[in-house]
Design a protein around this ligand. Structure first.
Ligand SMILES: [Ca+2]
Ligand SMILES: [Ca+2]
Length: 255
């Protein structure tokens, strides 16, 4: 029995090691110039990777994400729009998917994101044993945007999008994952973002889409658009008539 257990453990170890080797062999991360576009056009605007781009975060991953035996090249980057006078203007993050042919990247899809590129991950988010592209971006006020894309047979489609000033995260170490989207506590008069939140909308894959899961959530379903509108409303109200702040009249106190 002990001998059987040892053999069984040995077999399992070999299988796990093989799987890790195969997976590692299938994913190549390369940030050399040949595998990342230096300039490209999106919506009739020239973009380029420049000193204003957060070059250290830009990443290129080569992996067969649709299982057809040929590797796709997936790039997450931050680029600056170029004005006609050559000056650079606003920054924007992009997800780029293409093929590397003869050492040269041929772009298939160029998809814009929020202002700043943060992170690119490959995770099997829907349990079909093929990875989806998890594209993380950021903007001002600590805003996090999360987009999940599915690439199959040469076409790409978004299967999840949300964003929040109260953090967004994916929980789990494999399928099924939980997507947690934080929501503000505006009903607490003195609450501010620095205090954080324990209110999270939770989304899980239901076989067709990521759907809000009431039992796993600690927030009602608010959604990004309603949350953003409420944020703008609260900021306007607090600027005009501060709530929860101690207003010191410096002239009266002499401080
Ligand atoms: Ca492929
Ligand atoms: Ca999948």
């Amino acid at each position: 029995m002990r001998c059987m257990n040892k053999k069984y453990l040995l077999c399992v170890s070999i299988l796990i090691a093989s799987a890790i080797r195969l997976y590692a062999a299938d994913v190549v991360v390369a940030n050399d110039a040949a595998s990342m576009p230096r300039t490209f056009v999106f919506d009739k605007i020239n973009y380029k990777i420049s000193r204003y781009s957060n070059i250290d975060k830009n990443i290129t991953i080569q992996c067969d994400i649709d299982g057809d035996g040929r590797a796709e090249t997936i790039v997450g980057l931050q680029a600056a729009a170029e004005q006609s006078n050559g000056q650079e203007q606003s920054l924007r993050s992009f997800l780029v998917v293409g093929k590397t042919l003869g050492g040269k990247l041929v772009l298939h899809d160029v998809i814009p994101g929020n202002d700043y590129f943060e992170k690119l991950e490959l995770k099997d988010m829907d349990g079909d044993s093929l990875p989806e592209i998890v594209f993380w971006q950021a903007a001002g006020d600590h805003y996090t945007s999360l987009d999940i894309y599915k690439y199959r047979k040469g076409s790409i489609r978004r299967i999840f999008h949300d964003g929040s000033s109260c953090s967004v995260r994916i929980e789990g170490y494999g399928y099924p994952y939980k997507i947690k989207v934080g929501r503000e506590k505006w009903d607490e008069q003195e609450w501010c973002h620095a205090q954080g939140t324990e209110r999270y909308e939770t989304y899980v894959w239901n076989g067709k889409a990521f759907a809000y899961h009431e039992r796993l959530s600690t927030s009602t379903l608010i959604g990004e658009e309603a949350a953003a509108n409420k944020y703008a409303q609260e900021m306007a109200e607090r600027m005009n008539e501060p709530k929860g702040f101690i207003v010191v009249d410096h002239q009266k106190t002499g401080r």
